[in-house]
Design a protein around this ligand. Structure first.
Ligand SMILES: Nc1ncnc2c1ncn2[C@@H]1O[C@H](COP(=O)(O)OP(=O)(O)OP(=O)(O)O)[C@@H](O)[C@H]1O
Length: 251
């Protein structure tokens, strides 16, 4: 079943240059998708549109068959519950004045999610592999990798259907990156993952499908193994040649 679908999406920040041009792809429920491209190719812009933070100038984005209705508070509340995101920088994405328990439970409060929040937070913490003692500490007491685990726990606490990750392992050192990629892989068994990265190696190790973006246009999309085995576009071949060796070994 199609969970999220972009159809002929066009977007420009200044109307002089086209940031996204006729972008179409489908995120199928249960199938992890990697969005790959070099810096400036438009990956974060796609994510921004997917999150409803900006509106495309042409084309359509649908979730569960319904167009995103950014003007409807009720639609967006429901959407935010179902679609959560993790970003690149685990240092700036967590409020330093709040304890971990409050950080992870924030979406539960703001989205008015019913149930025992303490229990939901404990489950989210355990899902990301952090001990219970973490709840009473502040973000500064944690390493970059642990902070990213806290950000992931916050994103999964509301049990979203779709988890969007924007360069979520790029700021981490290599050994930590491998552990966090592994965590995303485990989570992708429970929810659909869209993983944005400039690193095709990480995406190839993690995602069942890939969308390759060059200068705001999709140049290739499909099953990851097929694309790796038989890249059709020169840009895909170029990205494949630049794969660092270690992330490939994670498979
Ligand atoms: N707020 C903005 N205002 C104007 N132009 C922008 C803005 N944000 C991004 N851009 C431009 O849009 C293009 C796509 O940027 P985007 O951040 O989506 O790419 P990206 O593939 O995610 O790159 P990176 O990995 O470096 O973030 C770039 O040319 C960028 O300079």
């Amino acid at each position: 079943m199609s969970l999220l679908e972009l159809s002929n999406v066009g977007f420009s920040y200044d109307r002089r240059s086209q940031t996204l041009d006729d972008v179409s792809f489908t995120v199928t429920e249960g199938r992890s998708v990697g969005l790959v491209g070099e810096s400036g190719s438009g990956k974060s812009t796609i994510l921004k549109l997917m999150l409803g933070l900006s509106r495309q100038q042409s084309g359509e984005i649908t979730f569960e068959g319904r167009p995103l209705d950014l003007s409807s508070g009720a639609f967006m509340r429901d959407y935010r519950r179902k679609v959560q995101a993790v970003f690149q920088d685990p240092y700036s994405s967590l409020d330093p004045r709040q304890k971990v328990k409050s950080i992870i439970s924030e979406p539960l409060r703001s989205l008015k999610i019913p149930g025992n929040h303490d229990q939901i937070v404990a489950e989210a913490l355990s899902a990301v592999g952090l001990p219970e003692e973490a709840l009473t500490r502040y973000p500064h007491a944690f390493s970059g990798g642990q902070r990213q685990r806290i950000a992931i726990a916050r994103a999964v606490a509301a049990q979203p259907k779709l988890l969007l990750a924007d360069e979520a392992v790029s700021a981490l050192d290599l050994s930590t990156r491998i552990l966090i990629v592994d965590l995303f892989r485990k989570l992708s068994e429970r929810m659909t993952l869209v993983f944005v990265s400039h690193d095709l190696g990480v995406v190839a190790a993690l995602c069942e499908e890939m969308v390759i973006l060059e200068k705001g246009q999709i140049v290739e999309a499909g099953n990851t193994q097929d694309i790796i085995a038989n890249p059709r576009h020169p840009y895909t071949r170029k990205l494949l040649e630049s794969i660092p060796r270690m992330p490939c070994a994670m498979k």
